[in-house]
Design a protein around this ligand. Sequence first.
Ligand code: HEC
Length: 114
Amino acid sequence: MKKTLIAAATIALMGLSAPSFAASDADLEKVGKKIYDRAFGRGCGACHDIATNPQLAALIKKGELDKAKFAKIVTEGKNGMPAALKEIMKIKPVVKAGLTEEEAIDAVYKFLSK
Ligand code: HEC
């Protein structure tokens, strides 16, 4: 009985100390899509699917928007672009996956790059 309890406790502890998100690219991409669809309640697309605003996926695919610039503007905002990182970190699938800020930015970037 005692042994069983110790074993159960050990397994529980291992679960807690596991890396935050042993994510495959496919998993990250899925969370990235949720971020794109849900940030600010209406999603990044509420602005970025409008032709006069930067077309993020197209810019990334053309090599005109690297991850460093993407991360900087998502974090700090720029003109009509609101700082988005705090909003992103509140999205449920991001919280659930235990993503760090860097991983969350990575996830949207991956989704837009595919
Ligand atoms: C309220 C509208 C709005 C929302 C919501 C919004 N954006 Fe933007 N975003 C803009 C506008 C406008 C610009 C252009 C800013 C400028 O260069 O003057 C921009 C620029 C950007 C850029 C820089 C593009 C470039 O090549 O210069 C990135 C990256 C970006 N947005 C990512 C995002 C992401 C990711 C989200 C969702 C988490 C998001 N945006 C949500 C309006 C928005």
